[in-house]
Design a protein around this ligand. Structure first.
Ligand SMILES: NC(=O)c1ccc[n+]([C@@H]2O[C@H](COP(=O)([O-])OP(=O)(O)OC[C@H]3O[C@@H](n4cnc5c(N)ncnc54)[C@H](O)[C@@H]3O)[C@@H](O)[C@H]2O)c1
Length: 459
């Protein structure tokens, strides 16, 4: 089905003229940096986006429902470690930067960029309540000439059906005539030293050509490369495609890891060698399972939407199955390794290395480490953890029964005292040589130890 276009059935040309005039007024403000950019949801995506617009000369007004985040930002403190305190402290001192929990102020910004959560429900269906709530509150304050852009990852048609419907109904304004609406997916890669918000190309798809144009121009003023596409649905599908591609390829190398292990072949050596092929191969690395707010969840947004079209997403389901089975595989390998040393998993002391879902960040969301801890506890093991970026295990919605644990120090005595170290996240801040020297046994799920070693079992 073709994406409905705002203004497709415009009856009168005065509407076109009005939309054109509003779009021109919007565009003329960008150059002079008069545009006030509103960001709703100041999390891993929204906060760096807000800083990027500020640093590129715009006035920025950030909104969040969490008063603690607003207080921290007003005090110049960062609650996202990899963003560092300097940028936040500089923003707090800048009178072009404001943050608030007062959503009545949504009438102020010229552009409202929305980066609220899009998780899955318990039934693994899209949880759209944050997008819906934000659209409802925005609809109360929406004014003529405003641009709203959804950045949250979601299924195709969220912007031009769900959001558009709520915004038009609540405001009485017409999309593409009185206000503009677009979708621009976030490709933030927390902890990536090579790319940040300003340097990652940004895909933009509007509901109607004017929206694509003005949203693209706004982003071009802050982001080095903008890629306009023909509709919000194309932009929504682009983001899902990228994450499905990752989920499927990670599942593939995880499956190969299991097969090659049985054959006595080291998958990490294979992948390094395969990666020397200068074309037609892209390297993905195996691990203890899938983690993070995106890759384990986003593909299922398409699975859900595909049902409406009587279609199944077999690759997505299969990749999910393989990736979900990885923590069990790791625990089986760990059990075997202990067994070979005439030890049982019951009552064994296990040190989990790394709680974050990937290296060098402090984000534990959907981390496979939690699944590993739960399985270990289920088998009667005694679990401790070390993570240089996460001092204590926070309360996690998906793992409500996890014990309250605090990161232990990596002293030689401490390391020696564990029956096994389970290397779950390969943070750069850890001295892996020293760890191996003092550990009794290391189960390595990240391929940190490339050379065979009597104390190392790869899993
Ligand atoms: N984290 C990533 O690396 C990443 C990358 C690409 C895309 N995304 C997508 O971006 C979106 C946001 O993800 P995130 O990682 O920034 O999440 P997050 O949880 O870090 O931040 C979301 C913020 O929104 C706030 N919030 C919740 N409900 C709100 C509401 N009704 N109104 C205003 N604020 C509200 C929360 O308090 C929080 O500060 C999601 O759709 C996610 O899938 C995330």
């Amino acid at each position: 089905m073709a994406a409905p276009r705002c203004g497709k059935h415009r009856a009168v040309s005065t509407e076109d003229a009005s939309a054109k005039a509003l779009a021109e007024a919007f565009l003329s403000q960008i150059e002079s940096r008069e545009t006030l950019v509103g960001i709703v949801g100041l999390g891993y995506v929204g906060l760096p986006l807000a800083l990027t617009f500020l640093e590129r000369g715009f006035r920025v007004l950030g909104f969040d429902v969490d008063p603690k985040k607003i207080e921290a930002l007003e005090a110049g403190e960062s609650y996202i470690k990899h963003l560092g305190t300097e940028r936040i402290a500089a923003a707090a001192k800048d009178d072009r930067f404001g943050v608030t929990t007062d959503f009545a102020r949504l009438a102020e910004p010229d552009a409202v960029l929305i980066a609220v959560p899009t998780p899955l429900t318990k039934q693994r269906e899209p949880e759209m309540k944050y997008v819906v709530q934000t659209s409802e509150v925005l609809s109360k304050y929406l004014r003529k000439g405003q641009l709203a852009v959804l950045e949250s990852t979601t299924y195709p048609s969220t912007t031009d059906e769900l959001m558009r419907g709520i915004l038009e109904e609540g405001s009485g304004l017409k999309c593409g005539v009185d206000f503009f609406l677009a979708y621009s997916p976030e490709r933030e890669d927390p902890g990536n030293a090579k790319f940040d918000t300003a340097t990652i190309p940004k895909v933009v798809g509007g509901v109607g050509p004017e929206a694509t144009e003005i949203a693209s121009k706004l982003y071009e003023a802050a982001i080095d490369m903008v890629v306009p596409v023909s509709s919000s649905r194309v932009a929504e599908a682009t983001k899902l495609t990228e994450n499905i591609f990752r989920a499927v390829n990670i599942a593939l190398v995880n499956e190969l890891k299991v097969i090659y292990d049985r054959m006595g072949i080291d998958v990490w050596e294979v992948l390094d060698a395969a990666a020397t092929k200068p074309f037609g191969f892209m390297k993905f690395t195996p691990g203890p399972g899938l983690g993070g707010h995106c890759i384990p969840l986003d593909p299922f947004y398409l699975t859900w939407k595909a049902r409406e079209y009587k279609t199944t997403t077999r690759f997505i389901e299969l990749a999910g199955e393989v990736n979900i089975s990885m923590p069990n595989y790791v625990i089986e390998k760990l059990k075997d390794a202990l067994n070979d040393r005439e030890r049982a998993l019951k009552n064994a002391k296990v040190l989990i290395m790394g709680i974050a879902y990937k290296k060098d960040i402090d984000d534990p969301r959907e981390s496979p480490s939690f699944e590993l801890i739960e399985l270990l506890l289920h088998h009667g093991a005694k679990v401790a953890f070390h993570d240089p970026h996460i001092p204590t295990i926070p309360k996690m919605r998906s793992w409500p029964k996890l014990p309250e644990l605090t990161s232990v120090e990596l002293t030689p005595e401490n390391v020696k005292s564990y029956d096994v170290v389970l290397l779950s996240t390969d943070h750069s801040a850890v001295d892996y040589e020293a760890l191996l020297e003092h550990a009794q046994l290391v189960v390595d799920t990240r391929g940190v130890y490339r050379q065979p070693h009597p104390k190392v079992v790869k899993a």
